[in-house]
Design a protein around this ligand. Structure first.
Ligand code: OOG
Ligand code: MG
Length: 254
């Protein structure tokens, strides 16, 4: 199957909510080819009017790597159509098998590209926010190889940002709690994200440059989940609290 055809199949699965078999069962796909598919599927989203708003890092914590059985850091694209407002409702119809996970987001104030130090990375950040990512693998049973998940835009579906905070807040080891309908369902620390979420920002700068992208003023970067993702069902209230950064939430409907 051509890379263009793979991008179309993934796009169709994402727009219809119907799972497809993972491509790695049928054919070899290199990481380079997988990022090319990701880029082709972004072109399809852009042709429908979606605007890029930044990037996401994935599999930056051991909990996430273990949950999906892939142990390499990956990145994907975010668009305006993926963002929902803090406290909003999210209809689950049209999704395959959505899950949600607690994250921290960076909002860039300046361009950041290539190999950078932690100080350079943080100097380019305008705000940090507590965040939730809603992921939805387009592959049956949420099963995929490294190349499969990259081609699938790293399972990106939706995201929610909480209030913006000044980046001089120390984010290296903040407690993170996930509540579903008021009950604690997962607990972690921002230190689970590559030891410090700043390392995810540094990795993004380096990895994006390799593929001809950079973080620009106003771009959002999701640093990756600190705990495993939790499956969603209709009628839930999903909330993440990050120590010193308040909370962010959304409600599911059918
Ligand atoms: C891949 C996306 C991983 C994260 O925060 O680790 C990710 C997946 O789990 O389906 O977004
Ligand atoms: Mg994520």
């Amino acid at each position: 199957m051509s890379l263009e055809k793979i991008a179309q199949k993934l796009d169709q699965a994402a727009t219809t909510g119907k799972a497809i078999p993972q491509f790695s069962n049928e054919q070899e796909m290199s990481v380079e080819e997988a990022y090319a598919v990701q880029s082709l599927s972004m072109a399809l989203r852009r042709s429908r009017g979606e605007q890029p708003v930044g990037f996401k890092m994935g599999l930056t914590s051991k909990a996430k790597m273990k949950q999906v059985g892939v142990d390499e850091v990956i990145w994907g694209h975010l668009t305006d159509a993926m963002q929902i407002s803090d406290g909003d409702e999210l209809a689950l119809a049209g999704n395959v098998h959505p899950r949600a996970e607690p994250e921290i987001a960076f909002i860039m104030g300046k361009t950041l590209s290539g190999d950078v130090s932690a100080a350079q990375a943080m100097a380019a950040v305008e705000y940090i926010c507590p965040a939730i990512e809603i992921i939805d693998s387009r592959y049956a049973n949420f099963k995929f190889s490294l190349s499969d998940v990259i081609a699938d835009n790293t399972s990106a579906s939706k995201f929610v940002l909480g209030n913006r905070y000044n980046p001089d807040t120390d984010i290296s080891n903040l407690g993170m709690v996930v509540e579903v309908d008021g009950s604690t369902r997962a607990v972690g620390s921002s230190a689970a994200i590559l030891g410090n979420p700043v390392r995810s920002l540094i990795a993004a700068s380096r990895m994006l440059a390799k593929w001809g992208h950079s973080l620009k003023e106003g771009d959002i970067l999701l640093a990756g989940a600190a705990t495993e993702a939790l499956p969603l069902s209709p009628g839930q209230s999903f909330r993440t609290m990050v120590q010193n950064l308040g909370h962010v939430s959304f409600q599911t409907t059918s």
